[in-house]
Structure formats: structure tokens, C-alpha cells
Design a binder for this molecule. Structure first.
Ligand SMILES: Nc1nc2c(ncn2[C@@H]2O[C@H](COP(=O)(O)OP(=O)(O)OP(=O)(O)O)[C@@H](O)[C@H]2O)c(=O)[nH]1
Ligand SMILES: [Mg+2]
Length: 196
């Protein structure tokens, strides 16, 4: 994919702000701090179009990055951030639940890239999310994030563990730090866009 143009089109803090232009969406989900925004920056080839949080989980918005005026890469707000207030938790649920419905973005959502921190492994929230994805009719795949943090042995073990959890789902080791997996993620996105 050649990214000719990428802009942050919409920062939605309310479900009513989601785009309704029918353009395809590929969303990236995962816990707070797992590297969703860093992944989008790496894919787009811009250092800081997507804001990488110094304070994880602080802003609860769904960010829509429009690429080549054709489709969106969607940065979902992370889950599992312990310091969130009840009010922030309510906002998170309303936004994400609203996103994954027919009235939200379900009709234009073509795939979900689920980020799992390869070193940390799947958390309980990750497992819940993957269970939901498995039961949905959405196309989805796993991005094994921050792969640069593991040595060869750790990496093999961690990838095996993930594979045991989710049979038949693509797992792409990825590092925003050294660019590993970038082409594979783009390949997966291209496939999604061509199929739809
Ligand atoms: N070593 C390493 N660090 C990374 C990588 N990707 C992201 N980080 C770091 O992890 C932290 C969180 O990254 P973000 O991209 O902001 O994570 P996020 O998932 O968008 O977090 P929220 O927006 O809070 O949900 C930052 O300090 C990044 O520099 C990676 O591939 N390798
Ligand atoms: Mg982020």
C-alpha cells in the first residue's frame, strides 16, 4: 500500500460523531498502552499523526485516520486502564459498544486487528475481546505487539502460547520500534479491502 495521503479525519467522543460516509474501516483494538497508536503511525509512515500517549488511557475517543481518501484505520480507545474513573469507564463502554453495532460502524467495519502485547501475553480483557470477535461475523487477526522486547526463545514460546489460544487466526508479530511486521499488516489490510 502506498500511502499518498493520511489525515486524522474524525476524533469521536460520541457515537453520533462516527463517519457515515460508507468508507471501509479497519479497527485496531487492544488494551491501553499496547501500541495501537504507534502501529497506526508506523503503517502510515508518520512519526506522530496518531498521538502516542504519555498518560495511557487518558483520552477516550475513537480516532478515524483516513488513508488515500478511500478507507479508515481506526484507533480504538484502549481497555484495562486501572486508573479510570467510573465516569470514564462508562464513556469507554458507550463508545466502544456503540462502535461495534449496526448503527455504529458495523456495516463499514471490515476487519479488526486485535493487538496483544507479546511479552505480557493475553490478559483477561484480551480473552474477552477475542471471544467476542470469534463469535461475531467479523474478519479479525492478531497483531503480536512490541515483538522487539523479546529474545528468540521468549518469542517462540509467546507465539506458541498465542497460537494455542486462537487456532486458525492470523498472528502477525509486530514492532513499531523496528518496523517488523509492517508489510504483513499492510498485506492483511489489502486483502480485507480487496475482498470487500
Ligand atoms: N518497545 C516497544 N515499545 C512500543 C511499541 N509500540 C509502542 N510502544 C510504546 O508503548 C507506549 C504506548 O504506545 P501507544 O501507541 O500510545 O499505545 P496505545 O495502545 O495507543 O495506548 P492508549 O492510547 O492509551 O490506548 C509508548 O510509550 C510507546 O512508545 C513497540 O513496538 N515496541
Ligand atoms: Mg493510543
Amino acid at each position: 500500500m502506498t500511502v499518498k495521503k493520511a489525515i486524522l479525519k474524525i476524533t469521536a467522543g460520541l457515537t453520533s460523531q462516527f463517519p457515515r460516509d460508507g468508507k471501509s474501516q479497519i479497527a485496531f483494538a487492544g488494551r491501553s498502552n499496547v501500541g495501537k497508536s504507534s502501529l497506526i503511525n508506523a503503517l502510515i509512515g508518520r512519526k506522530s499523526l496518531a498521538r502516542v500517549s504519555s498518560e495511557p488511557g487518558k483520552t477516550i475517543t475513537v480516532n478515524f485516520y483516513e488513508v488515500n481518501e478511500v478507507f479508515y484505520l481506526v484507533d480504538m480507545p484502549g481497555y484495562g486502564y486501572a486508573k479510570r474513573s467510573p465516569e470514564q469507564k462508562r464513556k469507554w463502554s458507550a463508545l466502544t459498544d456503540g462502535y461495534y453495532t449496526k448503527d455504529g460502524s458495523y456495516g463499514t467495519l471490515k476487519a479488526v486487528g486485535q493487538l496483544i502485547d507479546l511479552k505480557v501475553g493475553a490478559t483477561e480483557n484480551d480473552l474477552n475481546m477475542m471471544e467476542w470477535l470469534s463469535e461475531s461475523d467479523l474478519d479479525w487477526f492478531i497483531i503480536a505487539a512490541k515483538a522487539d522486547k523479546l529474545n528468540k526463545t521468549e518469542r517462540t514460546k509467546a507465539l506458541d502460547r498465542l497460537r494455542e489460544l486462537v487456532d486458525g487466526v492470523d498472528i502477525i508479530p509486530f514492532s513499531a520500534l523496528n518496523g517488523e511486521g509492517k508489510d504483513e499488516v499492510w498485506g492483511r489490510i489489502n486483502k480485507v479491502l480487496l475482498d470487500n
